[in-house]
Design a protein around this ligand. Structure first.
Ligand code: VGL
Ligand code: ZN
Length: 198
């Protein structure tokens, strides 16, 4: 049994003062750094969008941020522009122990499709390659922390469970956006998928 800590989107734009700030996002860097020592591998995900990304409300004339639109692959929340490639907002939080990471997996770089999960883009089909990497290394148990619990953390953990990994989410080392009940919905979906909420 080999286990990895998957640290989801601990980036400047998701922390207070950022473009898509999650309340308390900066409070979890210290606990996450502290957890890293307990794992065989540490993997960071990095939300990584081009300026013309279709998840940005700005790229849908007249659409308000946090409204929902219909894409080819299903409903998509339109976010304020965030984590743009090469900007400060896409950097990891200054205090995160980035040096401990074995792998940084970027997601959301295709303009026409968003990617909440670390495993699949939002069509639930296009793989990021993370599952293959973990399997090649013999990693079976995954613990998820980071931002945001009800989007990227939740979707990643659900995909992990569906792919046959043992998936645990440590809620105390996560923070949520909580958009119209999204936190409760994510908790329920995670439980149904067999994710352990610790
Ligand atoms: C995220 C919304 C848009 C996240 C990323 O990390 O949860 N949420 N992009
Ligand atoms: Zn994003």
């Amino acid at each position: 049994m080999s286990k990895a800590l998957i640290v989801v989107d601990m980036q400047v734009d998701f922390c207070p003062g950022g473009a898509l700030a999650v309340a308390g996002g900066d409070e979890i860097t210290a606990p996450i750094n502290g957890m890293m020592a307990e794992f065989d591998a540490v993997i960071l995900t990095q939300d990584w969008h081009p300026a013309d990304h279709l998840s940005f409300a700005d790229n849908h004339p007249g659409a308000a941020p946090f409204s929902v639109t219909e894409m080819d692959y299903g409903p998509q929340v339109l976010w304020p522009a965030h984590c743009m490639i090469g900007t400060e907002g896409s950097d990891f939080h200054m205090e995160l122990d980035v040096d401990r990471a074995d792998l940084i997996i970027r997601k959301g770089f295709r303009p026409e499709i968003d990617s909440y999960s670390a495993f699949f883009e939002n069509d639930h089909e296009t793989a990021t390659g993370l599952a293959g990497y973990l399997r090649d290394r013999g990693i079976t148990d995954l613990t998820f922390v980071g931002l945001a619990l009800d989007f990227c953390v939740g979707w990643s953990a659900i995909d992990a469970a569906r792919l046959g990994f043992k998936a645990t989410v440590v809620e105390a080392a996560c923070r949520a956006i909580d958009l119209e009940g999204s936190l409760e919905a994510a908790r329920q979906a995670m439980t149904e998928a067999g994710v352990i909420l610790a």
